[in-house]
Ligand binder design. Structure first.
Ligand code: DGJ
Length: 728
């Protein structure tokens, strides 16, 4: 029973390990209703929750501040409030919302999920707000979203929404506050930052029409004391792939809240009578087991409630981009495919360059037919050749884009995002198609659908290489701001319809690397490309930031050439493989240039990966020790009886970093046998020999000395060690 009414204005929402208590507070003097959070923390009994269902006067109220608004579920711009509003609406020329409580409903959604809807109505205008809260029996992640409605009325006064956050989450009072999040840029996405939370408003945002490289829509807050495996952490994430804003308010009077929602800053969304607008899910998670447990809870939530194909093992793929860039030819791809197949690759993806007259990035986006000079007879021959080698096939596409030099743009110059009397700036020589338009959306669905059908495709890599600029839709007049939301909705629509029509189709989300990674896109994509930076050392940091929220089964990771094309850094093949094995292993190198020894080592490593990938992709992930890419570090995965650890040492004889690797999450009383790796220490007593058996308690309390962590040796050493629980 995840939703329990405590009285007619108060509910306790229970998850397996947390409780969230909310009350619709009604001001006896004014009648204004303000739903507020009374509690969010460890699971409580219903009786205990009831004790917390009455608000204490815990903040200092003066005529200059309304400090309790941080505790509201959706502080509005209206009444006596001065904080950052989660909801801002104008009626005619006046911007102000005053709400009255209009009712509540609890709905059983089946599958162990229950939803509470709180309905509030404006005191004067025909306008309604519904706050929805959903809890599942099998996750501590609570889902919230908000719907606003212009009720049918005679007057027809315009209602304009300029901010609609999905939820405001209050972080219970602590002695101190620290935040964790990720920032980044192209080729350096997902850089973890963790710092004291300043008093004021901290905004993580994207104004780009995509999730962005610069920030990712989540934050975690702790009291400054949580570690990987201990301490309380409160997290908020937004499941949305367009522009977004996540505002963390740390009030001078005390109190911290996180309000999250979609839309560009100051987006104007006009609601005609009878129309409504619903935001994407804003998700809240309380965890008492530190950042590691919080990440594992997010991963498990993604597996149970977000990913379209959570049970599958993701195939080892080959991607041609770094090897051939735009020079896609049948003979070149088949040569790559032949070697890739001999290594054990299962899915071959042809990247940019197969269509239009796409010889470089100046042309042809929008002209989605086979390159006439290179593929005069179409792509069939090449794709069949790849399939004959026993691999599935995929194609790169960039459906939301058009090159100025393309037949599509010449035919439909009005199809792009643009503003009257403003420039049409190009980035990477391309313009953004206005996917909010139904004709554009339907055109994209049509050609994508035909490609899958006619070519029997198994996979799309869906790319998006430039953010929105001059984002207008002149024909829509005052309503043109809706491109900021409808574009993303229609990207979702096209992906969803494609998947419905082609249940075997798998989709990868890419946006110049990791510009579109979030829990919204992951509802309809199977994996994502986290970064164009394939340097294994840089990648370790990127992967560490990625893993804070997203599971390894979604993280595409390729082994590419050495020296790396982006950084020029040279690194052993084994290290590159071991880093890429931490997610969905792929190969992106120029294989004909690899030596026979390298190819043979690659084939062995791919076979090893396949033997443990279920554990890596679907197991519980533990970030064990050390700063990834900087010093000795390791990441571990546990699934049922199997344990896999990937161990790294980028700096040969550095004295920094941990010396012994203490595993986590094992059964202390069970025996674990080394089934893979550990070869360097074989025969030497006390070392990690293949076939040796260890108690879970010993592996966790004293740890092991992996060969790669021996103090003296070359740079970039790494190990893959796997154990199997053999007895209890
Ligand atoms: C950007 C992607 O991140 C790359 O992997 C590659 O697909 C290029 N686009 C192709 O233009």
């Amino acid at each position: 029973m995840p939703v329990t009414p405590l009285d007619e204005h108060c509910w306790a929402i229970d998850t397996p390990a947390s409780t969230y208590v909310i009350r619709v507070e009604v001001d006896p003097a004014t009648g204004e209703a303000a739903p507020a959070q009374m509690y969010w923390g460890p699971r409580l009994s219903t009786d205990a929750a009831r004790e917390l269902s009455v608000r204490e006067a815990r903040r200092h109220v003066t005529s200059f501040s309304a400090p309790t608004e941080v505790e509201e579920l959706l502080p509005v711009d209206g009444g006596a409030r001065w904080g950052s509003p989660s909801l801002q609406v104008s009626f005619g020329h006046a911007r102000s919302v005053e709400l009255r409580f209009a009712g509540a409903g609890v709905h059983d959604e089946g599958g162990g999920a229950r939803r509470l809807d709180l309905t509030l109505a404006d005191a004067h205008h025909p306008f309604e707000v519904v706050l929805s809260v959903r809890a599942h029996e099998d996750t501590d992640v609570i889902e919230r979203w908000t719907t606003v409605r212009h009720l049918p009325d005679q007057a027809g006064e315009p209602v304009t929404v300029t901010r609609l956050d999905s939820a405001n989450w209050f972080v219970p009072d602590q002695s101190a506050y620290r935040y964790s999040g990720v920032f980044g840029a192209w080729a350096e996405e997902f850089q973890l930052q963790r710092a004291p939370l300043p008093v004021g408003e901290l905004v993580f945002t994207s104004r780009q029409g995509i999730t962005s490289h610069q920030a990712n829509p989540w934050i975690m807050i702790d009291a400054g004391e949580a570690g990987e495996e201990h301490g309380e952490v409160w997290g908020v994430a937004l499941a949305w792939s367009g522009s977004w804003r996540l505002t963390t308010t740390h009030r001078p009077e005390g109190g911290v809240s996180v309000s999250a929602g979609f839309g560009h800053d100051g987006v104007r969304w006009t609601l005609e009578p009878g129309q409504e607008l619903t935001g994407p899910p804003a998700l809240g998670l309380y965890s008492s087991g530190g950042f590691g447990a919080a990440s594992r809870a997010w991963h498990e939530y993604a597996r149970r409630h977000v990913l379209p194909t959570p049970g599958e093992e993701r195939p080892v793929l080959y991607n041609s981009w770094e090897a051939t860039t735009f020079a896609v030819t049948e003979s070149g791809q088949l040569a790559l495919a032949k070697t890739a197949a001999s290594l054990g690759v299962e899915l071959f993806v042809i990247d940019d360059g197969w269509f239009g007259v796409r010889d470089d990035d100046t042309t042809s986006l929008g002209d989605w037919w086979p390159h006439r000079e290179r593929f005069p007879a179409g792509l069939r021959g090449m794709l069949d050749g790849i399939r004959d080698l026993g691999m599935r096939v995929g194609l790169w596409v960039e459906p939301e884009m058009v090159s100025a030099d393309s037949d599509l743009y010449r035919a439909h110059p009005d199809w792009i995002l643009h503003l009257e009397n403003r420039r049409r700036d190009e980035k990477r020589n391309q313009l953004v198609l206005n996917f909010a338009r139904q004709d554009v959306r339907d055109w994209a669905l049509d050609w994508l659908d035909r490609l899958v059908t006619e070519l029997g495709l198994d996979y799309f890599k869906w790319d998006m290489n430039r953010p929105f600029t001059q984002a207008g839709w002149p024909e829509q007049g005052a309503a043109q701001d809706r491109v900021w939301i409808e574009h993303t909705r229609n990207v979702y629509h096209v992906m969803d319809r494609l998947r419905e029509r082609h249940p075997g189709l798998r989709i990868e989300s890419c946006s110049g690397g990791g510009g579109r990674v979030d829990l919204g896109i992951l509802r309809r994509t199977d994996e994502v490309w986290p970064s164009d930076n394939t340097d294994a050392k840089d990648r370790q940091q990127i992967q560490d930031g990625f893993s804070q929220l997203y599971p390894a089964s979604t993280m595409s990771a390729w082994v590419t050439d050495s020296p790396n094309v982006t950084t020029g850094r040279a690194m052993p093949l084994r290290y590159r493989f071991h880093v890429a094995m931490a997610g969905v292993l792929g190969i992106g190198g120029d294989l004909p240039e690899w030596s026979p020894e390298e190819l043979s080592e690659a084939a062995d490593l791919i076979a090893q990966y396949k033997s443990v990938r279920r554990v890596i992709q679907h197991g519980a992930q533990f970030r064990l020790a050390g700063t990834p890419g900087q010093e000795r570090s390791a990441v571990q995965y546990v699934l049922d009886d199997q344990v896999v650890a990937l161990v790294y040492n980028p700096l040969g004889n550095a004295k920094r970093g941990p010396r012994r690797l203490r595993l986590t999450g094992l059964d202390p009383d069970a025996l674990y046998e080394v089934v893979l790796g550990g070869d360097a220490g074989e025969g030497r007593p006390g070392r990690l020999a293949h076939g040796s058996r260890w108690h879970g308690s010993a592996l966790m309390a004293a740890g092991i000395r992996p060969a790669a962590w021996e103090p003296i040796g070359a740079d970039y050493r790494s190990d893959l060690v796997a154990f199997r629980r053999v007895s209890r």
